[in-house]
Design a protein around this ligand. Structure first.
Ligand code: GCB
Length: 609
């Protein structure tokens, strides 16, 4: 169990939270002298850098962009005397991939894993009423004992270099907001909602955890601010007649206001949006509030010019506008949980999210994307001496993700791995532990899945039975039989789909990836691979195949936008499979998808249709 609360930071009558974002002092520890040199008390130099942002793309020096090791951040924080008596925290939205936090030279926290929040408790170490020095050491080295997996090597000049087993640039640093927070001691620490929706009513089961005592009042307000229902006690069930349900691209959010009182005095209050909706899998259908849905959308990345993986409200807004324009209704947070703001906006806009833990590269290969795409498997990734350490880190990330994201109506499923090696018996206990934990922790019992690469075939994969719906990443027409051989690709693809069909799994399938690298500058008639024409031809071929199998209940094209990767022979300054360019302008394929998705009904291929 986590020993801190991952509730989204809010200002309420009893809580205070303030972003510490802005320009922070920054130093790169090229010679690994920071710890010995007591940088924890103050870092050398005068360089300043924005938080949140990835540090890599600001500089003109390649040894900074490619740096593997420790980078140090520092800022001064005034901690007001008025916070005395509260629990006081510094909350990091993420520190990639691991961090140690120091306040006034003393270590106060550490965290492993680069895409989920953590809190540093500074209640007892703060100098109240004074400026306190906050220093963070962030390490970005890739290993096989944490996710995402990779390795690092030492070059002959002594510099370290990361070698990711995955196909996105290893952006790192403080890429999400940092908050100073003060919350009541003994206040509200966790909330769970689950829903059971009937024809004209809904039951909302809730549990509220506090770190102290006192009575709890829960009030549910509708979007007009009218009180819709209320309940007393730390847990219970609220019955609502004629509820306004949350639906796909038709969101409705109630606001739950929770008040904790002791001896008649308010000790804490917290509010949280509530979308009433039920997610279920029935046979080969994905149901939202009992109605079948077909997923249309993308695998995405947090990726942007200059600020890298640093969260930007502007980029987020543009991405949602483009997803609405093109007729999408969903996306997967490939290959890591995104900034919390993405989910809050999805809640408002009615998008469906498959939330993915940062488990990518569990397949030993430096050209993972290629080897996985062509089915060249590396075997026994899960029988190494280090596997138990990796599994622990992976389970912890699953716990943190579910803890953070469980109350978003937009989150309809958990993706527990991307393209892992799954053809070896040793993968079974490893996967089972993840799937069991997700089922235990999520009171909504959302469906679980993992994205399967092509060697995880119907005959070879040992783990697909664990998935509540099957997610396939398939590159027929690109890594497999691309170009003029596209006709053979279609045949090969149909053959695989026939094999899946003959297993009669009675589960929905979605395509969690399919796509072609395409340069926005290339046009060619007749087409060649990498031209915009080829991307369209290939998508048409793949869609034709999807359309012929009734159990295919979704398509999430790879990728929403072009994104940065490690340099190499297979990548032209990044992966170009975007439907939009990196600067978020459409390629030709965007119009093709818009035509298709605007015409596919939400209940496309539902039984009886
Ligand atoms: C995949 C990976 C994704 C890559 C993609 C590609 O299978 O899941 O991370 O970017 O293929 O474009 O090769």
């Amino acid at each position: 169990m986590l020993d801190y609360s991952l509730l989204y930071p809010l200002n309420t009558a009893t809580r205070f939270s303030m972003k510490l974002d802005g320009m922070w002092k920054f130093a790169i520890d090229f010679d690994s002298v920071g710890m010995e040199g007591n940088w924890a008390s103050g870092i050398p130099g005068h360089d300043m850098i924005p938080v949140p942002a990835s540090f890599q793309d600001f500089y003109t020096d390649k040894s900074i962009r490619e740096f593997a090791g420790d980078v140090w951040y520092e800022t001064d924080v005034m901690i007001p005397s008025s916070m005395k008596g509260k629990k006081v925290f510094i909350r990091f939205g993420a520190a990639t991939h691991r961090a140690e936090v120091f306040l006034n030279g003393r270590k106060i926290a550490q965290h492993e894993g680069g895409f989920l929040p953590f809190l540093a408790d500074i209640t007892d170490s703060s100098d109240y009423g004074r400026v306190n020095r906050l220093v963070v050491k962030v390490n970005n080295e890739l290993t096989e004992t944490n996710i995402p997996c990779g390795m690092n090597i030492t070059l002959s000049n002594g510099r370290k270099m990361n070698k990711p087993y995955f196909d996105f640039f290893n952006y790192s640093g403080l890429q999400r907001s940092v908050y100073l927070m003060a919350v009541p001691d003994g206040g509200i620490s966790d909330i769970d909602f689950s829903f059971s929706v009937a024809a004209s009513s809904a039951d909302i089961a809730y549990t509220i955890k506090t770190d102290g005592s006192g009575s709890i009042l829960l009030e549910l307000f509708d979007e007009d601010g009218a009180l819709a229902a209320s309940a007393e006690g730390k847990d219970g069930v609220i019955h609502l007649e004629n509820p306004h349900l949350w639906n796909v691209r038709d969101a409705y959010l109630y606001e739950a206001v929770i008040t904790q009182k002791e001896n008649g005095e308010i000790v804490d209050t917290y509010s949280i949006p509530v979308g009433i909706r039920e997610v279920r899998i029935r046979g080969a259908e994905i149901l939202i509030n009992g109605s079948p849905v077909y997923l249309k959308g993308f695998g995405k990345h947090e990726d942007n010019e200059i600020t890298g993986r640093g969260f930007s409200f502007g980029v987020m807004k543009r991405d949602y506008e483009l997803m609405k324009w093109i007729g999408a209704n969903s996306f997967r947070t490939s290959h890591y949980p995104y900034d919390e703001e993405m989910y809050r906006m999805a809640d408002r806009e009615g998008f469906l999210i498959i939330d993915e833990v940062p488990a990518v590269g569990l397949f030993e290969s430096l050209t993972n994307f290629f080897d996985a795409g062509t089915g060249k498997g590396a075997h026994s990734f899960f029988s190494k001496p280090t596997t138990p350490v990796l599994l622990n880190a992976h389970l912890k990330a699953v716990e943190e993700m579910i803890q953070r994201d469980k109350n978003h109506p937009s989150v309809i499923a958990w993706s527990l791995l991307n393209e892992p090696e799954s053809t070896d018996e040793n993968s079974v206990p490893y996967f089972t532990a993840l799937f069991d934990l997700a089922r235990d922790l999520d009171v909504q019992k959302r469906p679980r899945t993992f994205a399967m690469e092509v060697s995880s075939s119907p005959t070879k994969c040992k783990c697909y039975h664990l998935s509540d719906f099957i997610s396939l990443n398939r590159y027929y027409g690109w890594y497999i039989l691309g170009g003029y051989e596209i006709t053979e690709a279609e045949e090969r693809f149909r053959k695989e789909m026939d094999e899946w069909q003959s297993l009669n799994l009675g589960k929905p399938f979605i395509f969690s990836e399919y796509g072609a690298d395409t340069l926005s500058t290339e046009h060619k008639i007749p087409s060649v691979m990498w031209s915009q024409e080829y991307q369209c031809e290939m998508l048409e071929m793949l869609h034709r195949v999807f359309d012929s199998y009734s159990f295919v209940k979704g398509e999430q094209v790879w990728n929403f936008a072009d994104f940065q990767t490690t340099e190499g022979l297979m990548r032209v300054n990044g992966n170009k499979k975007g439907i939009f360019t990196r600067s978020r302008q459409p390629k030709d394929a965007a119009y093709l998808l818009k035509r298709r998705w605007e015409n596919l009904p939400l209940d496309y291929k539902s039984e009886g249709k």
